[in-house]
Design a protein around this ligand. Structure first.
Ligand code: GAP
Length: 509
């Protein structure tokens, strides 16, 4: 995938009513986006797919919808006031601002690309006899590149951990890293920048309380731990799931909806016995990866990235990375957060956030394994992997969104071949029946071929065409988006026939 592909994603998202720039008539607001009619439907279906897999299919996971505003001490306790920072660096010539750690990581990604090139070359040369593990551990150039990369990342991790920002700048200068846009190497010092948005609650300036817009939904779950555990009589191990908006004052906000200032998260905190967290951490890593794979894009779209540098609250963490048009990037995080959050909230609130375990006959502060995914980022993953330019056997081509059927904004389009002879009435009757089960749409404008293409472009899995034969034998044609095959089928069998494609069992079982 490439820049070219990414440009197509952007223009397609706008042209077909998926994503618009926020406040576009005022020239937009950077890193803030609105979802159009097709976008909001796709987003809802992704949210539902997550919610059903987490809450509906797990007897020991329940839902929550905590408020965006939280007591300001929450963010003191969670560490966000003191430690939710990005190290930033400005280029004095271009006046552009970058995350210092991302500049270094991108540099390392280029080294890794050289490794991948060597592997590709060797694969070609040795064919079936190629042993990749042996090659990467013995080939001198590859070993050198990997060592170089590791040394750089270790040094950066050390410097960030020790708050030695001067050394992060030295590293950038020593590596000769230039402004990716202008090539200038004229850098300012590196500074920490807090990512939380502040706001005020109260009628007058004197009495106002300083609040933050939540930068993650997770804290709403932690502060409600006892409320949920007690009212729902939950027994450990159990989880609390929540979807909702989060806000971060991202400085380097590029790449469309990948990094936004207002975005939605889907998070689940799983509370376990101390000492059992690594078992559950591995369980949730696998379970979440399988959820992604269930959508059918193919295994090579995903990889794990295990964190070497851990946040102060974690004893293990990994990202599920997705092959976006601009390379492999984080899509979801799975974190073993120990008892950090519940202990911090106990200290700051004075309320004991503990659990009495009847089997062990003692109370303890549970450990937490978290799964955290950005809904907008998942949207971009689904959208970019689905968008395809397909060459057809007759030499023509089509743009088709092969959105997994269960997520498609519209499931069925019903199209009368002509706008007359009673065909629209029959089409509308079919809609009246199918709309109880599926998202359906009606389209009578333009030639049938153009209508098929329009539905392909928004990912509608099925088109039903009503023609003159329908009037004689109550049958319609059913066209499949992916194969473009058309079959003749009685109207009475339509629902039954397409239902399987949207049955959760067939996706998640
Ligand atoms: N509670 C843990 C947490 O918030 P995170 O790694 O900071 O962890 C989790 O965020 C997920 O939220 C990320 O994997 C990503 O999918 C999404 N996310 C984070 N920042 C985002 C942003 N600025 N725009 C869109 N999605 C974002």
């Amino acid at each position: 995938m490439s820049d070219e592909k990414f440009k197509k994603v952007l223009s397609h998202a706008k042209e077909y009513g998926f994503v618009f720039q926020s406040s576009e008539i005022y020239d937009g607001l950077s890193a803030v986006y609105d979802y159009g009619p097709n976008g909001v439907a796709l987003k809802k279906n992704i949210r539902d797919y997550w919610w059903r897999s987490m809450v509906q299919l797990h007897q020991n996971i329940v839902g929550l919808d905590a408020a965006i505003f939280m007591h300001p001490t929450t963010w003191k306790a969670s560490g966000h006031v003191d430690a939710f920072n990005d190290p930033l660096i400005d280029n004095k010539d271009s006046k552009k601002r970058y995350r210092a750690d991302v500049l270094v990581e991108d540099y390392c990604e280029k080294i890794e690309n050289k490794v991948q090139k060597e592997i590709k070359k060797a694969k070609k040369r040795f064919g079936d006899a190629f042993n990749e593990a042996e090659f990467v551990s013995t080939h001198p150039r590859v070993v050198k590149y990997r060592q170089q990369k590791e040394d750089i990342l270790n040094r950066m991790a050390r410097s960030l951990e020790n708050e030695d920002l001067a050394d992060v700048k030295n590293l950038i200068e020593e590596l000769g890293i230039a402004d990716p846009v202008t090539g200038s190497k004229n850098w300012t010092d590196v500074k920490q920048f807090n990512l939380m948005f502040g706001t005020k609650l109260g009628a007058s300036a004197e009495n106002a309380t300083d609040l933050y817009l939540r930068p993650e939904t997770a804290q709403g779950i932690f502060v409600n731990f006892l409320n949920v555990q007690k009212t729902m009589r939950m027994k450990i191990p159990f989880g609390i799931a929540q979807t909702g908006k989060a806000f971060r004052n991202e400085i380097v906000a590029r790449q469309f909806i990948f990094r936004m200032r207002e975005f939605e998260q889907m998070e689940m905190q799983f509370f376990v016995r101390p000492g059992e967290e690594m078992k559950w951490y591995h369980h949730w890593k696998e379970t979440r990866l399988n959820w992604h794979k269930s959508l059918g894009f193919g295994d090579d779209y995903y990889r794990f990235h295990d964190h070497e540098k851990l946040a102060h609250y974690a004893n293990a963490a990994a990202d599920i990375e997705f092959k976006f048009p601009f390379g492999f990037k984080e899509l979801e995080g799975i974190h073993s957060r120990t008892d950090f959050d519940l202990t911090q909230h106990t200290t700051f609130s004075g309320k004991k956030l503990q659990y009495f375990d009847p089997e062990l006959n003692k109370s303890y502060t549970p450990y937490v394994v978290e799964t955290s995914i950005g809904l907008d980022r998942m949207f971009l993953a689904v959208f970019s992997a689905s968008l395809q330019d397909e060459s057809l056997p007759d030499g023509s081509s089509r743009v088709v969104m092969k959105i997994p059927a269960i997520l498609a904004p519209t499931k069925v389009a019903v199209l009368p071949l002509l706008k007359k002879d009673g065909l629209p009435d029959i089409a509308n009757k079919i809609i009246d029946d199918l709309k109880w089960d599926f998202e359906v749409t009606y389209d009578e404008k333009d030639a049938i071929g153009r209508r098929y293409r329009r539905q392909d472009a928004v990912g509608t899995p099925f088109c039903v065409t009503v023609d003159h034969q329908t009037k004689e034998d109550q049958s319609v044609t059913l066209r499949d988006r992916d194969t473009m095959e058309q079959i003749r089928i009685p109207i009475a069998e339509l629902r039954q026939h397409i239902q399987d494609k949207f049955d959760l069992r067939n996706w998640l079982k």
